[in-house]
Design a binder for this molecule. Sequence first.
Ligand code: XMP
Length: 467
Amino acid sequence: MIEGFTFDDVLIIPKYSDIPSRKLISLKTKFSRRIELNIPIVSANMDTVTESEMAIAMAVEGGIGIIHRFMPIERQMEEVRRVKRAENILIADPITIFKDATLGEALEVMRKNRITGILVCDAKNYLEGILTSRDVRFKKDLDLKVKNIMTARARLVTAKKGVSLKRAVQILDEHKIEKLPLVDKRGRLAGLITASDFKKISQHQNAAKDKNGRFLVGAAIGVKDGAERAEKLVKAGADALIIDIAHGHHKSAIDLLKNLKRKFKKTDIIAGNVATPQGVTDLIKAGADAVKVGIGPGAACSTRIVAGAGMPQLTAIMEAKKVAKDIPIIADGGIKNSGDAAKAIAAGASTIMVGNLLAGTKESPGEYFIENGAAVKIYRGLASRDASLDRQSVDKNSERQDREPEGISTKVVYKGEAKKIIGALIDGLQSGMSYAGARAIKEFWQKAEFVKITENGSKESLPRPNQ
Ligand code: XMP
């Protein structure tokens, strides 16, 4: 029998450091073979953690969010598109409306897509006008036609397709406008540049972006409809696909992985979850571009109680790293605080995947509600009874709901913006690295050593204000 440890069983041994300030410590890392991040934090592909809003918040900070798969394929595609559109200097394919639509319809499209103005085009995509918040400000009659209230083409400031960004900013500034539509030689819409995107982008220096300057985003797929979902999600712009299977060291996961690797040459495929070196090796052999490690450490997991299976997470990560070599390990589950995050990275993970800590934030799916005077949101395991009942109501062919659940559903206190939680994780991680004398994650892997602690050591580790 082997011995396994988890985060609370160890501490990182403090070592000599000559780093003048923690701010000089780089958290740059690899999410997968070809995807780089500026911070090693990934939001979990759970239906109470990551949809587009969370994925945007993660990318702004330099990490990545994985859109969960418990929604119809079309909706998951839309969530991916929202992230890719979110902060894009050039919106290549702007949302448009016909001039015969009503104000009510236009407002609905704007609300759904969270945009403040909409371009008006004909069926051949010729630009006819724009409807901005200024145009609709005092209009109460929702049956008004767009053509009667829009700013028409003749009064519109536009630029040619291919305009330089520098020139585009000048035009926005000179005309004091918010939106600059781009048109081709014949007057067809060819893109949109907005002033608000410029403002936001200059504030988000550390954001995680693709080579076209769009936010990075991943999307989860399951085994059953994985091939079809994958195809559509890649079309929608997903940078990585994550095979989401509780027991990833399984023939069906490996077959799907091989199939996807044959099909998609440009998209990284992440596989998991596994908890042994053999599991990691088999997934890498099948082509995995990163491996997700963690069986049962998650805050909403009851796998270890129900199935008696799992592996203490720190050992799982350390053993995984030994065989994974250059393929990144994603340490998934069980991160309770920044100290755990530092230990997971020190143990060899390239990134941590976080569920519970990010649940209950403003950006997690669902609204908060008040219970016993406190604002709360739902956080639930994907294998919880509530989650499988919800899935059954949408898809009768989803897994049986009468199985013993391997996850729990709970309420977490509303935490406000995810940025705060991510900031605290970053601070703690940099601090942990500085205690090990490491300026970068690779150096952290080399220098970090753990000490195993006793029960008394564990008690000593906790603040004790009233001892
Ligand atoms: P944390 O601790 O950050 O963990 O909340 C998030 C990870 O937990 C896993 N997960 C589950 N594991 N039953 C399980 O055994 C479940 O119902 C369940 N739901 C989520 C998942 O790996 C996630 O990223």
